[in-house]
Write a protein of this length. Structure first.
Length: 318
């Protein structure tokens, strides 16, 4: 007969780890670093499995500052986020900023809107002052993002009682890249039927239905696109467009520009992260040259369609 297994909860493991001597050293370093004007670096070696998540969780408990974790690939970022979510629960907010999965300068590829929605949602929360734990990867960081002021400017807040004609709201959304359809099914679509405007924004889980009484918004509710049933009623809704769509006047910045000065940066396997950054920028340069050559063969001027140079769209650590 098998002997019974002893199951230990994560909080119990975390409590035991917090009593280790190296935790005292970690916290002593963080407190010293918080009082210094110059950046301070601490290298941690031999932390395998879920131990990094325990260390970050304990560090976040001790610090009143945001934390950004940079992983060498998307799978590692997903694993770390899963560990952190189990450790922190609702006490500390966590976010993951994913890569889009798009190949640079390939207009023919089919784009998955899911990571675009997730990235837009994270950018919005960072612009609003997010102070929890942000997990990302070098692939996600390689793709630069619109600046914070553009995120705030592009985001539209609409409330019950606001006066705006449904056609005027629809026109503004089309100008922001939304596509008119008969019924919304995916982010980036809008559908208007008389005094009803359905919008599927690049944030949240569900599309939003605005019902008008004349030129006044009478009700706002989230609904299931498949069943058309209401999910929840809202007093205010934020409409976030695809913040990373190509714009002729757009400027792009590193994600780091969204982080406050007191943010603690944790880089995992720094060698792989730096190698990955170099490889991704080289791939972007190759993609640009191939796309440019294709346009030239078709006698199309790349400048005429504002195909951004790699260093304006992708992160170059040099």
């Amino acid at each position: 007969m098998d002997s019974p297994r002893c199951l230990v909860s994560l909080p119990t493991i975390a409590e035991r780890i917090s009593q280790a001597a190296f935790i005292d050293e970690l916290l002593a370093w963080s407190r010293r670093a918080a009082t210094q004007n110059e950046p301070s670096i601490l290298q941690v070696k031999g932390a395998a499995g879920s131990l990094p998540a325990f260390l970050l969780h304990r560090l976040k408990q001790d610090l009143d500052a945001p934390l950004c974790c940079v992983m060498p690939d998307e799978d590692a970022a997903a694993y770390l986020l899963s560990d952190l979510d189990q450790l922190t629960g609702e006490a500390t907010r966590t976010l993951r900023f994913p890569a889009t999965g798009r190949a640079p300068y390939d207009p023919e590829q089919i784009t998955d809107s899911t990571p675009l929605v997730e990235r837009a949602d994270v950018l919005q929360q960072l612009a609003d002052g997010f102070a929890g734990i942000l997990v990302t990867s070098v692939q996600a960081l390689a793709e630069m993002v619109p600046p914070a002021d553009a995120v705030q400017r592009e985001t539209l807040s609409v409330s019950v009682g606001d006066e705006i004609a449904p056609e005027a709201l629809a026109e503004r959304l089309v100008d922001q890249g939304f596509t008119p359809v008969e019924f919304v099914e995916a982010p980036g679509e809008i559908a208007r039927r008389g005094g009803i405007l359905d919008v599927f924004p690049f944030s949240g889980t569900y599309p939003i239905r605005f019902e008008f009484f004349g030129d006044e918004i009478d009700s706002i509710r989230e609904f299931d696109a498949q069943t058309q049933r209401s999910v929840s009623r809202l007093t205010t809704a934020r409409i976030v467009p695809n913040l990373e769509r190509e714009q002729s006047s757009g400027a792009y910045v590193p994600l780091f520009d969204f982080l406050s000065d007191d943010t603690l940066l944790a880089t995992f396997d720094e060698g792989r992260v730096l190698e990955g950054a170099d490889a991704l920028f080289e791939k972007a340069e190759q993609g640009y040259e191939q796309a440019k050559a294709k346009l030239e063969a078709e006698k199309i001027d790349a400048a005429a369609i504002d195909m951004m140079l790699p260093h304006r769209r992708y992160l170059n650590r040099t």
